[in-house]
Design a protein around this ligand. Structure first.
Ligand code: DLL
Length: 437
């Protein structure tokens, strides 16, 4: 038997993943025409919004013409709750998912049988890109249910030819036990939950670094490279980033390769990605920051035309050492909605994280608390002390304040917490508590 995971050059769909740019663009144009036709003919919302903008699918002659079409935003999904964004009768769908949303109604998304096949294949492709191989044992600790993470990774793992353990999130001691007993090769979970699993394992006296698990396929929340280094060290794995959102598909819209771990290959044969300046909404150049806007090319049940993700990132067309030709998303800074303005300075939680994680004396568990002092916003940073640093909390706290001020440019008050005092995540971590309202 060959060693599992030995074939480093493996690709799930080599032909698609290494397509020449011209072929990729010709494919995009053909599929885009179909997607616009589907949206216009079958979703009243698109009929109305295209008409209002004075465009019709017939106006699409080149890929550049996509910019003439209007954006779709989250409130469009809420306004058409629950099923009016669907381009197929509800009876023809075989699955719906929904995101809880912090305010108001959830957003609902739906899939035909063909859509689920596309999703499973894209997840299989993403997981293979991240280092999973047919025959691997996959410990899937993404939440099952309305969240797309659990079932997305589940179907993807099966399509790749792996054995999937459908753990879902939570019951962390049990996760440690089964990871150990089954000798899983791959751990799928959010980065923050990965850290939680490592910590609980430590408490149980299990050294996860010695287990066979070799890759973490981790996403669903922003995480810094500094956090990645912590997670890789704590779990003894390579941690690879995966991206997606329910409105567009679920996980599997883009994935890092484990060869380079240098940005996420965005699957351009199924989506068109634009990065737009957040003020002017004009395209930015290669490597420049902006909001990611995505159009689906293959989804029949719920086509999304120019969906404004709110995710802030940059993309590059620089070739990758792995040989895949799809452009890369250079990881995520955060969401537009998460941006805090502290006394005039724009700050994302991930910037604070990048400074904090790795400073001596701290552990990678933190929360940002936003308060208001008079008319000004103030930031309190709650950070757990590294158990080994014991009595030095005051000095470490001052150190953190100094580094955040000099690297991020904001003044914050640091409150050092005892080990275990910052809440642990079992899915998406809550990094900001906004007490201003
Ligand atoms: O989080 C889908 C997913 C599941 C992705 C499992 C990866 C792994 P939603 O719940 O709809 O879907 O949330 C989507 O999460 O717009 C981003 O703001 C954020 N997000 C997802 N992946 C990443 C990532 C899933 N790798 C929202 N880095 C997106 C940063 C991410 N943020």
């Amino acid at each position: 038997m060959t060693e599992r995971g030995a074939d480093t050059g493996y690709m799930f769909d080599r032909e698609a993943e290494t397509m020449a740019r011209d072929d990729l663009e010709a494919l995009q144009l053909a599929k885009l025409k179909r997607a616009l036709d589907n949206a216009y003919a079958n979703v009243p919302h698109y009929k109305k919004s295209f008409d209002a903008a004075g465009v019709s699918p017939d106006d699409l002659k080149s890929l550049d013409d996509l910019r003439r079409f209007p954006f779709t935003v989250k409130t469009d999904l809420r306004d058409n709750y629950p099923f009016d964004m669907f381009a197929r009768p509800r009876e023809e769908l075989i699955r719906v998912h929904a995101s809880s949303g912090t305010t108001g109604k959830p957003t609902v998304v739906g899939y035909t049988k063909e859509d689920l096949d596309v999703w499973s294949n894209l997840m299989a492709r993403s997981m293979a890109c991240a280092g999973a191989r047919p025959g691997d044992l996959i410990h899937n600790a993404y939440g099952y249910g309305l969240f797309t993470g659990g079932l997305g990774a589940h179907y993807g793992g099966e399509a790749l030819g792996c054995t999937v353990v459908p753990m879902s999130g939570g019951a962390t001691e049990r996760q440690v036990q089964l990871l150990t007993d089954f000798g899983s090769d791959i751990l799928c979970c959010t980065p923050s939950y990965g850290l939680n699993i490592a910590e609980v394992a430590g408490r149980l006296g299990v050294d996860v670094r010695k287990l066979p698990v070799r890759r973490g396929i981790m996403g669903a929340e922003p995480w810094s490279d500094e956090m990645r280094a912590k997670i890789e060290a704590a779990l003894g794995i390579k941690a690879v980033d995966i991206y997606g959102l329910s409105e567009i598909l679920g996980p599997g819209v883009a994935s890092e390769c484990d060869t380079a771990q240098a940005g996420l290959h965005a699957w351009e044969d199924h989506f068109i990605f634009e990065v737009l300046d957040t003020e002017t909404l004009e395209p930015v150049g290669d490597g420049e920051f902006g909001e990611l806007v995505i159009t689906t090319l293959s989804k029949d049940a719920m086509p999304m035309i120019r969906y404004r993700t709110r995710d802030i990132t940059r993309m590059t067309g620089e070739p990758c050492v792995c040989g895949r030709t799809h452009r890369r998303i250079l990881r995520f800074t955060g969401r537009n909605d998460d941006m805090m303005i502290i006394r005039g300075v724009n700050v994302y939680p991930s910037q604070v994280e990048a400074v904090l994680v790795g400073l001596p004396g701290t552990s990678p568990h933190y929360q940002i608390v936003l308060t208001r002092e008079g008319s000004l916003d103030a930031m309190v940073l709650e950070v757990e002390i590294d158990p080994a640093a014991g009595s030095e909390a005051d000095r470490i706290g001052r150190d953190v304040e100094h580094h955040v001020k000099s690297m991020v440019g904001v003044t914050c008050t640091v409150v050092m917490k005892a080990p275990g005092e910052v809440p642990r995540s079992e899915g998406k971590a809550v990094r900001v508590r906004d007490m201003r309202k």
